[in-house]
Design a protein around this ligand. Structure first.
Ligand code: NAP
Length: 283
């Protein structure tokens, strides 16, 4: 296990917990020694990977990985092994890493973990994998130590990172939206607890809209008889006005309004909400 940060430490302990012999290496050796859980801290990375079949990496970013792999003797020591990249990155990072792996005789899977370290190895952890299916199948049982929900996405090496970025965008965007919503409630003297107690209202709406959007994007037909974009835009204008009147940050609802209004300018005012998609792909 290369990397003993918050995530790397949790991953290493999860592999060790099911009986694997796990060597851990970290740039700052004290953190590798602190992992515990039956793992063995190694100060020398080449020795740490020698004799291992599977090398799992979790560092801050791909630049850090390149730095580590370019240290003298490290890349040759990885030849013939399977490297599972659990560092978060973009699809382009994954493609570049695959080129490096191919050039150096390393079997490579690009992966993305959807869990906080505290949820590693629980039913709430999901890991997406991209790359060679036979390599994934060969290591699946071992990899299930960190997440029973280990999902093979696609042979295209960037697919796990793409799916991760897509899910994270929905997560971060949705989280910012509900935090702004809580701020609106507080500013208007409504206890945010009341808003959060109705979380199933907005989660349910999101779920229904996501299902509708999927079909509409597929058919490229955004017509419907539920609620026009014109009506949605009027609702967003209320949110901007409330925020301005309550003197809280208006940047988020204004950005929302701007995006939705662009769809009106494109002549989509009579269509259903997912029609905004058309203006996004054209940007
Ligand atoms: P972290 O606690 O900050 O750990 C970062 C790790 O990267 C440390 O081991 C650090 O080594 C190492 N590192 C950074 N730059 C380096 C360099 N130039 N050379 C060698 N090692 C370097 O971060 P983390 O939370 O474990 O996250 C690790 C990866 O998991 C990230 O890609 C993150 O996006 C992903 N991830 C994290 C979570 C989460 O909830 N934490 C969830 C999903 C995915 P030192 O100890 O020497 O600084």
């Amino acid at each position: 296990m290369i990397g003993s940060g918050l995530m790397g430490s949790a991953l290493a302990r999860a592999f060790a917990a099911v009986g694997h012999e796990v060597a851990v290496w970290n740039r700052t050796p004290g953190k590798a020694r602190a992992v515990g859980g039956g793992t063995v801290a190694m100060e020398n990375l080449i020795e740490a990977v020698s004799g291992r079949e599977l090398v799992v990496v979790s560092l801050s970013n791909y630049a850090a990985c390149s730095e580590v792999f370019s240290s003298e003797g490290v890349t040759p020591a990885l030849a013939g092994k399977t490297l599972v990249q659990l560092t978060s990155g973009s699809p382009a990072d994954a493609r570049e890493a695959l080129e490096w792996a191919k050039a150096n005789g390393v079997d490579y899977l690009d992966a993305a973990i959807l869990a906080y370290p505290g949820f590693v190895a629980t039913e709430y952890a999901t890991v997406f994998y991209a790359g060679s299916r036979p390599v994934f199948d060969r290591h699946l049982e071992t990899l299930q130590a960190i997440a029973r929900n280990s999902i093979y996405v696609d042979e295209r090496i960037g697919s796990a990172a793409t799916l991760d970025c897509a899910i994270l965008e929905a997560y971060y965007g949705g989280s910012l939206a509900f935090l702004h919503a809580a701020a609106m409630c507080k500013a208007e003297g409504l206890d945010p607890k009341t808003f959060f107690s109705h979380k199933n209202s907005f989660l349910g709406l999101l779920s229904v809209t996501a299902d509708a959007a999927q079909g509409m994007i597929e058919s490229n037909d955004f017509s419907g008889d539920q609620c026009s974009l014109d009506t949605h835009v009027a609702a967003i204008e209320h949110i901007v006005r409330l925020s301005r009147d309550a003197r809280i940050n208006t940047r988020f609802p204004k950005e929302l309004l701007d995006n939705y209004k662009r769809a009106l300018s494109a002549g989509l005012g009579g269509k259903e909400l997912p029609a905004v998609f058309r203006t996004l792909v054209q940007d």
